[in-house]
Design a binder for this molecule. Structure first.
Ligand SMILES: Nc1nc2c(c(=O)[nH]1)N[C@H]1C(S)=C(S)[C@@H](COP(=O)(O)O)O[C@H]1N2
Ligand SMILES: [Mo]
Length: 262
């Protein structure tokens, strides 16, 4: 049986508003922007690409996945590890932030700080799990950036925590590996490319608006990167793996473009 290309709760073909596109214009390089404005490829063209008829939905989905994987490679190649995403004044920060998950906010199961551990695996020298006091003792950075969800909403948020680069170096991670993968207390999982993991605006966040992060937003530890869409920012992280094998992700495995960069 075919998996649906997009989860039904998402409206099709949602894009950030034109103002947002303008603001993030440096990231949307010319070729990509042209494709976005033109309204993407036609189904017919995709079907031809995959060598199937437009009535063959499995074939179309296979073709779309092939295009998406191709896009991952192009986007990774275009990604400039030194370019910073736009930042904002503190006065624009939304308090509290806007919640989202693959379930409702009243179903959030809070994580116990005392028993919480961060497991490490894959291409890392250090194998011992970290507890929260040890994480909190690490140097902290702060970012005020725009969170953009594919559902078509966004907000300015203020996150702080240890830069992921610093953490990876501290645990002796192989930073030439391709992926950093995350597993979460709620069963969610996700992964990012190493260039994004090492980007200066990528944090393991423990605080929102300078306060300890509240339960619904990923207490005690979540990823917050300035260069990816909302779903690429796992909350309630319980394990980090450094790997060369594509780890996919909860939404990525349901057809969302894996790179999903801004
Ligand atoms: N563990 C976990 N992380 C997650 C999700 C989730 O369902 N579970 N949803 C993602 C999505 S789609 C979005 S938009 C953001 C929402 O983050 P926020 O609640 O802090 O705004 O979390 C991301 N990280
Ligand atoms: Mo999202």
């Amino acid at each position: 049986m075919n998996k649906p290309l997009l989860p039904s709760r998402f409206r099709p073909a949602l894009r950030p508003d034109p103002g947002l596109l303008e603001e993030h214009a440096p990231a949307l390089r010319a070729a990509e922007r042209r494709m976005l404005l033109r309204g993407s490829l036609s189904l017919g063209a995709l079907a031809m690409l995959g060598g199937c008829s437009t009535s063959d939905s499995a074939g179309i989905q296979a073709a779309l996945r092939a295009v998406s994987r191709f896009n991952d490679r192009v986007q990774a190649w275009l990604f400039d590890p030194n370019r910073l995403a736009p930042t904002y004044p503190e006065s624009m920060v939304l308090k509290p932030p806007r919640f989202n998950a693959f379930y409702d906010v009243d179903e959030v199961v809070p994580v116990e700080a005392a028993s919480w551990r961060l497991e490490l695996s894959g291409r890392v020298a250090e194998r011992q799990a970290w507890d929260l006091p040890r994480i909190m003792a690490l140097p902290e950075s702060e970012i005020i950036i725009r969170h953009i969800c594919v559902e078509g909403w966004d907000y300015i948020g203020q996150w702080s925590g240890v830069p992921l680069r610093l953490f990876l170096e501290r645990v002796g991670a192989d930073t030439r590996a391709r992926y950093v993968a995350f597993r979460c207390a709620d069963g969610y999982w996700g992964s990012i490319d190493m260039a994004t993991a090492l980007h200066p605006q990528t944090l393991l966040a423990t605080k929102y608006a300078r306060q300890p992060m509240a339960d619904p937003f990923g207490f005690p530890l979540r990823l917050r990167t300035a260069t990816k869409l909302g779903f690429k920012n796992p909350k309630w992280i319980t394990s980090i793996e450094v790997t060369n094998t594509d780890p996919g992700g909860f939404w990525e495995d349901r057809g969302f473009n894996w790179f999903s960069g801004l």
